[in-house]
Design a protein around this ligand. Structure first.
Ligand code: PHE
Length: 475
């Protein structure tokens, strides 16, 4: 429907507010929950190195591209592509679908996180030996996690209803620095334990014999997920950014903060785990099992207080991320479908609740499966291993081959006012190198996926993208 904007676009109140909100979107469960356990499962140091390589060369370039597309077109995820060329609408649609799929499981984990604030406060830490069982029985319970997930989503709704500068920006500004401080305290405490050095070694000494195409695809997916790329978030946030701000500097700051927090989370977890003899490949329960145990071992009020702070920090980080995903769906419905903000929030969050209920139930073995995979894992696998990176590839192809190079140069340099020395390098990466690199990694990853029994779902994801590209031309 209405794609033109009669009213001036809502914009960020201040530069710091924008950086904090974009960093708030990037820094989340991806850094603190997913990064440590994926690194643990993928062999440690080599994974971390490949991940950082992808962040610097692919993540940086794609984020800058997304900001530029958003601010240039002044449109949110789908409109940005559609208004340039209807044949490219599918890229916006795929980002929207990816964002929605992530919101089909992210609030479940967000719910665990607020549940753990409550659980720690009510004595979980007094029985550390059962932390593993507590977690397993909690997440497989059909009711309890759904209640927490609903509460978590309600918090998101409260923030998003208030709009851009009123809600998201304020939340980011206060909550992000708090999180940094909590992680530093936790890291210092972990590093002071005897035997913690082995954990640092695991995290930072690369052993390339552990690297295969699965690990490389996991690192690429992790880079995209952690930086909130290819979900429309950064395009949408960019569209709210004032014309005078420097996109390059903003991108650099967001990337630095996101990687900083991921590494800090690793440093907070691994040394302490090694010191306490906990297995690094503990899977998605890692944070929820290890942290209570760690702090229980530290004992006393300090252990209790730090554990509580940790899960408050985790909840806060999760919240500033999921709010950005909810905002993408909401701004799509406002901009493209003409809904009021209130209605858009209701429609999108109801959709998310339904998806999350299925995702949460699947962890207790209830509900539909596809190729023996439950709903939670399907959403995670599809986004992390296929949609995000392939969509990122199309975003680069769109910018490199469909957009006008001079428009991009003007957008990125603010019409020559902020010089960007590496413009040509960035452009070459975006136009040629990144699309090719992603295609290669995704192809090898899907191929390897068939050996681990997940190839079918990944291949379905690829087929879905193809179909969307075909159908959306007609929209
Ligand atoms: N980057 C967020 C995190 O690390 C997750 C996210 C992904 C948010 C995609 C928005 C879009 O937790």
């Amino acid at each position: 429907m209405a794609t033109t904007q009669p009213k001036p676009r809502d914009s960020w109140g201040s530069k710091l507010g924008f950086v904090m909100a974009a960093a708030g979107s990037a820094v989340g469960l991806g850094n603190i929950w997913k990064f440590p356990y994926t690194a643990g499962e993928s062999g440690g140091g080599a994974f971390v190195l490949i991940y950082l390589f992808f962040v610097v060369f692919i993540g940086f370039s794609v984020m800058l591209t997304e900001f530029a597309i958003g601010r240039h077109t002044q449109k949110s995820a789908v409109g940005a592509f559609k208004s340039t060329d209807r044949r490219w609408t599918f890229v916006g649609l795929i980002s929207l679908v990816s964002g929605l799929l992530i919101m089909g499981f992210y609030p479940v984990v967000g719910g665990w996180s607020i549940a753990y604030v409550y659980k720690i406060a009510t004595g979980l830490i007094d029985a550390p030996a059962t932390a593993g069982d507590t977690f397993t029985s909690f997440i497989s319970n059909p009711i309890e996690p759904i209640i927490w997930m609903t509460m978590y989503l309600l918090l998101n709704i409260l923030i998003v209803i208030k709009g851009i500068s009123g809600g998201i920006e304020k939340a980011g500004k206060i909550l992000m620095p708090t999180l940094f401080i909590i992680l530093i305290i936790v890291s210092v405490k972990g590093l002071s334990l005897p035997g913690s050095g082995a954990g640092l070694g695991f995290l930072f000494t690369p052993d390339f014999s552990k690297v295969d195409s699965n690990v490389v695809l996991a690192a690429l997916g992790q880079a995209f997920f952690s930086l909130s790329l290819a979900t429309g978030c950064m395009v949408t946030y960019g569209s709210y950014l004032k014309k005078k701000e420097s996109l390059v500097q903003t991108t650099g700051m967001v990337i630095a903060m996101d990687s900083g927090v991921a590494l800090l989370a690793g440093i907070a977890m691994f040394p302490a785990m090694f010191a306490l003899g906990v297995e690094p490949a503990a899977g998605p329960g890692l944070v929820f099992v290890v942290i209570p145990q760690l702090f229980a071992q530290m004992g006393g009020t300090i252990g209790f207080g730090l554990a509580l702070l940790f899960f408050i920090g985790l909840s806060v980080a999760a919240l500033t991320s999921s709010v950005s995903l909810l905002e993408v769906a909401v701004s799509y419905l406002i901009d493209e479908k003409g809904l009021t903000r209130m209605k858009a929030v209701v429609v999108s969050s109801l959709t998310m609740v339904v998806m999350c209920v299925f995702a949460s139930l699947s962890l207790g073995g209830i509900g539909p499966t596809l190729f023996d995979t439950g709903v939670f894992d399907i959403f995670d696998l599809l986004t992390d291993k296929i949609f995000l990176s392939v969509c990122g590839m199309f975003i680069c192809i769109f910018a490199g081959w469909r957009m006008n190079k001079e428009d991009l140069r003007n957008e990125i340099t603010n019409y020559g006012k902020v010089p960007f020395r590496f413009f040509e390098l960035w452009y070459t990466l975006v136009k040629y190198v990144i699309p090719f690199a992603i295609a290669l990694v995704a192809f090898m990853g899907v191929k390897a996926g068939f050996d681990s029994g997940k190839g079918e779902i990944m291949a379905l994801g690829v087929a879905f993208i193809g179909l969307t590209a075909f159908v959306s031309k007609k929209l």
